[in-house]
Design a protein around this ligand. Structure first.
Ligand code: MTE
Length: 313
């Protein structure tokens, strides 16, 4: 299924014609509201004009609905239930928003999100998303390459990793009133992973601003890694020489490695990672086989050349 490996899927790759005709109307409506300027509407015009029926293989890759993507979430700052984030995140203030960028950079400081957005190019990326809990979705993100932001800050030669932190604001994030996790939620990437063109900072879904439950206003998306690496509502990035501590790795290093690349051959100690349940597939849907690097191996496998993937999981 070569379509899975295309870094940027277009609507015509993932959606049978009848569906993207419907989506086209939906998306044109969203574009008319002026939510976020993006090339999506133009792309959909082209797709809608194209001839040919969708085939069953690509139909399986149809993006999940906005309803599915925004009602089944992991965001422990709002609670541990899958519907807690959608129920309890409405009160989160996401504007104004700033990201502190520090550590081994030429221009450390507080970067206003509005300024950042004036300096990067937003584009749509339709990515597969695989949670370590063995469920998956296909999400049409809007965002920009993380490398653009790192270039703005100026990464110094000694930097080898990027550490990320989520906002701490218990008044607006009710889950933070409990010690479920050691707040803030922390994540990290090796610098080459962070600079990879598939790695994006998402600011929207379906051409709309990112809903709070999905990590508004700015979250990481690393499509070849388990979902917990894709940290939400980011307020700080630190360039470091040493591998930074990360939330799930600190809780249980045996179960959650620093790398956490999607790998059907390395089981989680408590369950197999060989297959996944697609959200929205219905109760009796067949589980789908999980793909190495979540289907992005052609682009990213070389980052891990010579590494023992069972050891560095
Ligand atoms: N980021 C923060 N700050 N807090 C979280 O609890 N959960 C992670 C990740 N990022 C999480 C987070 C996990 S386990 C997953 S699977 C994804 O977010 C879920 O993203 P989604 O809700 O947009 O599907």
């Amino acid at each position: 299924m070569p379509v899975l490996r295309k870094p940027t899927l277009n609507w015509s790759d993932v959606t049978p014609k009848a569906d993207f005709m419907n989506r086209r109307q939906l998306m044109m409506g969203a574009a008319a509201l002026g939510a976020i300027a993006s090339p999506v509407a133009a792309e959909l015009e082209t797709a809608a004009a194209a001839e040919g029926e969708g085939d069953p293989v690509t139909a399986e890759l149809m993006p999940n609905t906005l309803e599915e993507i925004t009602s089944y979430n992991n965001f422990y700052e709002f609670g541990t239930g899958k519907d807690d984030p959608s129920r309890y995140s409405a009160g989160l203030t996401t504007d104004p928003w700033a990201v502190q960028i520090d550590g081994l950079v030429d221009k450390p400081g507080s970067y206003d999100l509005a300024d950042i957005l004036g300096r990067v190019t937003l584009e749509e990326r339709i990515y597969r998303f695989r949670c370590v809990e063995a469920w998956s979705m296909v999400v049409p993100w809007v965002g920009f390459e993380l490398s653009c932001l790192l270039d703005i800050a100026g990464v110094q030669p000694g930097a080898k990793y990027v550490a990320f932190e989520t906002l701490v604001r218990p008044e607006e994030m009710p889950g933070q009133r409990f010690r479920t996790l050691d707040w803030p939620y922390r994540e990290g990437l090796r610098l080459d992973e962070a600079m990879h063109p598939l790695t994006i900072m998402a600011t929207g879904i379906y051409d709309e601003p990112l809903p709070n439950q999905n990590g508004a206003p700015l979250r990481l998306v690393v499509p070849w890694k388990y979902g917990f690496k894709s940290i939400k509502s980011i307020v700080r990035m630190t360039l470091t020489e040493e591998e930074p501590p990360t939330t799930w790795n600190q809780i249980n290093a045996r179960e959650y490695g620093f790398y956490s690349n999607v790998n059907p051959e390395v089981s989680h100690p408590r369950w197999s990672q060989a297959s996944e349940r697609r959200i929205g597939g219905g109760l009796f849907a067949r589980r789908e086989p999980t793909l190495m690097y979540n289907g992005y191996g052609e682009e990213v496998a070389s980052l891990y050349d010579g590494m023992d993937l069972a050891k560095f999981y």
